[in-house]
Structures are given as structure tokens and as C-alpha cells.
Design a protein around this ligand. Structure first.
Ligand SMILES: NC(=[NH2+])NCCC[C@H](N)C(=O)O
Ligand SMILES: [Mn+2]
Ligand SMILES: [Mn+2]
Length: 311
């Protein structure tokens, strides 16, 4: 069992339910956290030996502004900003107490909140982003206007000034970030990745080297001493749609069931994990069996992050 270098006292996980869909157009992703908790995640974590502090599902709807017109192409910018700001404070308070902060989304725009919360406590942390997408569009480059395709540019401080987002200072340096699982990256996003020299292991590298070697290389890049605090932001669409079908922007050719879990196990083994996001589970898409598969895998990824092993 790994020792979790950055947790204080008893192993405690602070669980933050974020029923939020404002960073993209499809309803239903806001039900992700409810289904994951209903499925028994908290009991599973207690069985794994964790103390659980569950904040309940946050009432984020109360933050919806009455008037929220587009800013440039960005949709619902004030709503997203307010929600992320609140989530940031919550994540920060758990991490500061020496708890592992587990955020259940909700769409991936929430990562502006979760990552900035972690980095407020650990400014030198590493960010491991598992996703089919790079989510690094800027307000200029986005074609969809969906902010869940933009959080990384805001975190890096390359999004430019957007009304309402002044609270979100660029908190992430390009060398603190590594991607795994990419396979649907917009042309301007490819440019940004090159321009800033951001390390990314696409599915091509996963095929070429295998996930074991990819994780070794990814950790060598962001956590070379195996002592740097790690924030894992896991978009379930990083997994192949055959294993996680119920998500809003599925892309074929993704991570297998085992590759997804191996990523979590390898990060857990470092003992450096301080925060995890499980994002983009949408329990209204596909049939009931697909939904159950996706919710189940959300839970088992968390358990792998929190110390469950095969033997
Ligand atoms: N978190 C996600 N699922 N993001 C999908 C983003 C898709 C596309 N690149 C966009 O910017 O709209
Ligand atoms: Mn994605
Ligand atoms: Mn994403």
C-alpha cells in the first residue's frame, strides 16, 4: 500500500459532487456525480480503508446568472466562471486539510476550478490530463464555444482577458502538464501544444510503447523525483467508447479498460496523488447497460487511484 506523501493523518478523501453541465450543450452530464454516488462509491472507498468526507452534491444551479450572453464565442461564460470559482475554493480547502480531493463531474470545464484549487496549495504540482481531447482551445480558437474544450488554456493563462475570469490567474506552467490518450485535437490546439512544448502521449504513443512505458515517461516528465504532488484530471472519454459509452463527445480508438486503470494504479504507486477529477460521465446517453458500464468504470478508476490493486 502506498503511503500518500501529501495526506495528513488518517487517509481521508474529500468528495465533491459537481452536478454541472454548463460547459457544453448536452443535458445529463450533471447527473454523473449523482449516479456515481448512488452506485456506492463512498461505501467502496470506506471498504478500501478511507475516511470519507462527502460535501454532498453542490447546489451549483443557484450560481446561474439571470443574464449570461455569449462573450465572443464562449457560451455561458459567467455561469461557468462562477461555478469553477466556487469549486476551486472547495477543492483548495480539502487539499489544505491534507485530504485527497475527489471531484465528480460534471463537464470538464470544472477542471478550471479543481486544478486551480489544488495549485493554490501546491503551486509546483503536476497535472496529468487523461482525455481524447486536449481541451486547450482559447476563446479565439474554439469553434464550438463550449468552455469544456478550453479549461487548459485558462489554467495556463493563455486565454487572454475574459470578463468574469479575472479570479483565475494562470496557475499552470506548460512543463507541469502531461496528456495521455489524445486522439481528437483541433488544428489550432495542435499548434498550441507545439508552441508551448507541451508533453502529450496520444493513442499513437500508447500503441507504440504500451501503457507501462508511457506512464514511466509521463511521470519522468512531470514528477521526475516521484515526489511532486499530482493532480489527475480524468475525462472518461479518454477511454474507448466500447468501455465508457455514456459520454457526450465519444471518440473511437481510445484507452482500453486495463490501460485506463493502469494509469490510475501507476499514479497511485507514486504516493504523490493529491487530487482526482472524474469528468464527463453522462448517465442519460445510450442504453441502460451502457450507462451502468460507464458509471461502474468511473467508480473503479477512482478505486485504482485510491489504492485498489489486482492482487
Ligand atoms: N471535455 C471535452 N469532452 N471536450 C471536448 C472538446 C471538443 C472540441 N475540441 C471543442 O473545443 O469543442
Ligand atoms: Mn474529452
Ligand atoms: Mn475533457
Amino acid at each position: 500500500m502506498s503511503d500518500y506523501k501529501y495526506l495528513k493523518g488518517k487517509k481521508t478523501v474529500g468528495v465533491i459532487g459537481c452536478p454541472f453541465s454548463g460547459g457544453q450543450p448536452r443535458r445529463g452530464v450533471d447527473l454523473g456525480p449523482l449516479r456515481i454516488i448512488e452506485y456506492g462509491l463512498l461505501e467502496q472507498l470506506i471498504d478500501l480503508g478511507w475516511e470519507v468526507e462527502f460535501d454532498g452534491h453542490r447546489n451549483l444551479e443557484k450560481l446561474r446568472p439571470t443574464y449570461d450572453p455569449d462573450i465572443g464565442k464562449l457560451k455561458q461564460p459567467r455561469f461557468v466562471s462562477k461555478v469553477c470559482r466556487e469549486v476551486s475554493k472547495t477543492v483548495e480547502s480539502h487539499v489544505r486539510k491534507g485530504q485527497l480531493a475527489l471531484t465528480l463531474g460534471g463537464d470538464h470545464s470544472l477542471a478550471m476550478g479543481t486544478v486551480s484549487g489544488t495549485f493554490a496549495v501546491h503551486p509546483d504540482a503536476a497535472l496529468i490530463w487523461v482525455d481524447a481531447h486536449a481541451d486547450i482551445n482559447t476563446p479565439e480558437t474554439t469553434t464550438s464555444g463550449n468552455i469544456h474544450g478550453c479549461p487548459v488554456s485558462f489554467l495556463l493563462g493563455i486565454a487572454g482577458k475574459v470578463e468574469g475570469f479575472a479570479w483565475l490567474k494562470g496557475c499552470l506552467r506548460p512543463e507541469q502538464l502531461v496528456y495521455i490518450g489524445l486522439r481528437d485535437v483541433d488544428p489550432p490546439e495542435k499548434k498550441i501544444l507545439k508552441q508551448y512544448g507541451i508533453k502529450a502521449f496520444s493513442m499513437h504513443e500508447v500503441d507504440k510503447y504500451g501503457i507501462g512505458k508511457v506512464m514511466e515517461m509521463a511521470l519522468d516528465h512531470v514528477c521526475p523525483d516521484r515526489n511532486t504532488p499530482i493532480h489527475l484530471s480524468f475525462d472518461v472519454d479518454g477511454l474507448d467508447p466500447s468501455v465508457a459509452p455514456s459520454t457526450g463527445t465519444p471518440v473511437r480508438g481510445g484507452l482500453t479498460f486495463r490501460e485506463g486503470h493502469y494509469i490510475c494504479e501507476a499514479i497511485c504507486e507514486t504516493g504523490c496523488l493529491v487530487a482526482v477529477d472524474i469528468m464527463e460521465v453522462n448517465p442519460t446517453l445510450q442504453d441502460e447497460a451502457s450507462i451502468e458500464e460507464t458509471v461502474t468504470i468511473g467508480c473503479s478508476l477512482v478505486r485504482s487511484c485510491l489504492g485498489e490493486t489486482l492482487l
